[in-house]
Design a protein around this ligand. Structure first.
Ligand SMILES: Cc1cc2nc3c(=O)[nH]c(=O)nc-3n(C[C@H](O)[C@H](O)[C@H](O)COP(=O)(O)O)c2cc1C
Length: 364
């Protein structure tokens, strides 16, 4: 019998980089960057504080790789040398705290409104929706595709050159990469749409090119296994295939965004997604999972089901030292809601607190 994995165990990635434990800060949009996409002191402080709090991996918020891919007010950008350069001291501080810093690379696609980018949103295909304030996207042309892919590769090279340990490609939650994987948002007929394999091609080519560009840095990919929120047109079995293709194409880890790790899959309501994704991946490619993990018990349940690492979102906003404290017997994490004053004490600025008001029960 293999010894069970402990949260405190190291995790080795096949690129040669090691995380000191099995606990990651999940990517969390916080709107603290300037309108120009430059990292702010508030945003750096929020992440450094969690690095000091013991997490093995600190993932930045979704950071846009090109100006037309911006999706949020106050979003971090890594689309230019100037923007990338601003992140260098953060990368250094995260490493100094003993954590791996990963930048989550993002393009919003249909979720990049003209208000922020000045141009019509682009997606895998043109489509309409009854959603409020929906801006119909145009399809990326076949000749535009390589440049959009290259934006991801360049951003990866840039942030690694500025001291980050690697990147996580954001292929979850219905943003551009997820739009290409989607059977409803991708109806292309040029080899990038149609079958599940063709819908994967856009992402796969980015993964392979990024792998060659940053061979010694961490290259992870986050996906949504099934429809949830803006992530639509995703089939569980297609997503399992995506996971195994990502491993073949050189990803160091696959991260599944579950929102609640206690939930079974929608498509096969008697089965849990974690063992299914673990089985889809070769042993040398770790599976990271996120979704309502707030306690040691839940985190260990995830590992017991086959996850290799847990990613913590809301519990880490509330408990900056979650990773340091969770293994202490009798430690009870603080629970939401917190008051604005309590957030300020936890290196969460008023701007981030305002954004958190959109998430039910977070701010009291
Ligand atoms: C305020 C907030 C911002 C988020 N921003 C991102 C993001 O930038 N990228 C991403 O992949 N997921 C994002 N998520 C999803 C989280 O990474 C995580 O998967 C989700 O919150 C579930 O984990 P939790 O229950 O531990 O919070 C965000 C979630 C929250 C609450």
């Amino acid at each position: 019998m293999n010894k069970p994995i402990e949260l405190s165990d190291e995790l080795h990635f096949r690129c040669g980089v090691t995380s000191k434990n099995r606990m990651a800060l999940a990517a969390l949009t916080n709107q603290q960057s300037g309108d120009d996409g430059f990292l702010s002191e508030d945003e750096a402080r929020w992440l450094e504080r969690r690095a000091q709090g013991g997490f093995g991996i600190i993932t930045t918020c979704a950071a846009y790789v090109s100006a037309d891919g911006k999706g949020f007010d106050g979003q971090l950008g890594v689309a230019s040398e100037e923007q990338g350069g601003r992140t260098e001291s953060l990368a250094r501080a995260i490493s100094a705290a003993g954590a791996l810093g990963l930048v989550q690379l993002y393009h919003g696609g249909v979720r990049s409104p003209a208000r922020l980018t000045g141009v019509q949103p682009k997606s895998a295909s043109a489509f309409s929706s009854t959603e409020e304030n929906f801006e119909p996207p145009r399809a990326l042309t076949s000749t535009e595709i390589p440049a959009v892919q290259q934006d991801f590769v360049e951003a990866a090279k840039r942030v690694v050159a500025h001291g980050f340990s690697g990147v996580e490609l954001h292929a979850a939650h219905g943003y551009l990469l997820s739009q290409f994987l989607s059977s409803t948002m991708n109806t292309r007929a040029d080899g990038y749409g149609g079958s599940a394999a063709a819908r994967y091609r856009f992402v796969g080519e980015i993964v392979r090119a990024t792998r060659s560009a940053i061979p010694k840095a961490v290259l992870g990919v986050r996906i949504s296994p099934e429809d949830f929120g803006y992530a639509r047109g995703l089939d569980l079995h297609d997503s399992l295939e995506v996971a195994s293709r990502l491993a073949e194409d050189g990803a160091d880890y696959v991260h599944i965004s579950l929102w609640d790790i206690k939930r079974l899959t929608k498509k096969e309501p008697t089965r849990h997604p974690i063992p299914m994704f673990r089985a889809a991946l070769p042993p040398e490619v770790p599976l990271i999972v996120a979704g309502a993990i707030g306690t040691r018990e839940t985190a260990e349940m995830a590992l017991g089901l086959g996850a290799d690492m847990v990613a913590i979102g809301r519990a880490a906003i509330i408990n900056p030292d979650w990773a340091k404290n969770v293994l202490t017997a009798g430690w009870v994490p603080d629970q939401p809601p917190l008051t604005p004053e309590q957030y300020l004490e936890r290196a969460v600025s008023p701007t981030f607190i305002n954004y958190l008001r959109r998430f039910k029960g977070m701010v009291g």
